[in-house]
Unconditional design. Structure first.
Length: 254
């Protein structure tokens, strides 16, 4: 995949796989194109070229629109939560259901919303407005909305941004819980070392518009690439998870 802004190329020949059931981290220094990559995968920005193999669909990046059935299988947790401030938490979570499944009866819809809010420990905030919530609570409410359609892939853009270390760790544990219970695949943009150590299976390290490293968290910590090694310097973990299966792929068009 290639992408950029104006004449500035931000991503060049970016290619990687995302194993089903895994949590892959996109990382790198500020301005390296992490969020740009995520936005281009989701079709929120128009890629310059390349291909995107997503949930059984082969798409020309920046040319072919992402089919509705694919979008419905992709949940997104935006950096700021992106909750609508004028409606309640429950109404925010219900929005994707009302948009994609207007045929669902109201009592069933309410039950589905309640289940998702309970899964993120936010059922008590049903009637509250986003402005009445703490930063961590807003992120959990936004996570419930991202999960309401039971997606196969969850995309997260800086989920820990603006959170204190304790709240950030709680959110990381919640992501692991959802992965364990639902088998969901996650692609997470972050630069938070503690979060990376807690949730990452695999790492994609971007530098100067290209992939500098692609591999497991453990391999990243022991990388011979100076920039990658420096990123993890003084940071270690006794455990990291590994997952299996393969399916998701982004390739440069030949």
């Amino acid at each position: 995949m290639r992408a950029g802004y104006g004449t500035l190329e931000v991503l060049s020949d970016i290619s990687f796989d995302l194993a089903p059931g895994s949590i892959r981290i996109i990382l790198g220094t500020s301005g390296c194109g992490k969020s740009t990559l995520l936005n281009n995968i989701l079709g929120l920005e128009v890629a310059w070229g390349g291909t995107l193999d997503l949930l059984g669909h082969h798409l020309r990046a920046g040319v072919d629109p992402i089919p509705l059935e694919v979008r419905q299988q992709c949940g997104v947790l935006f950096q700021n939560g992106a909750l609508l401030s004028s409606i309640t938490v429950a109404e925010n979570v219900a929005l994707p259901l009302r948009m994609h499944h207007p045929e669902i009866k109201e009592d069933i819809l309410r039950e589905m919303v309640a289940q998702k809010l309970e899964s993120v420990s936010m059922l008590h905030a049903w009637h509250r407005l986003p402005g009445e919530l703490s930063g961590g609570m807003r992120k959990r409410a936004a996570l419930a909305r991202a999960m309401i359609l039971d997606p196969q892939i969850l995309f997260c853009d800086e989920p820990s941004a603006g959170l204190d270390p304790v709240t950030s760790n709680e959110l990381d544990k919640l992501l692991l819980k959802l992965r364990s219970e639902l088998g969901i695949t996650m692609l997470v943009v972050t630069h938070e070392l503690n979060s990376i150590d807690t949730i990452a299976d695999d790492v994609l390290f971007l530098s100067q518009a290209k992939v500098l490293f692609d591999g497991s968290l453990n391999a990243a910590k022991n990388s011979s690439e100076a920039e990658v090694a420096n990123f993890f310097r003084g940071f270690s973990s006794d455990e990291f998870s590994a997952t299996n299966a393969v399916s998701f792929d982004i390739k440069e068009e030949l």
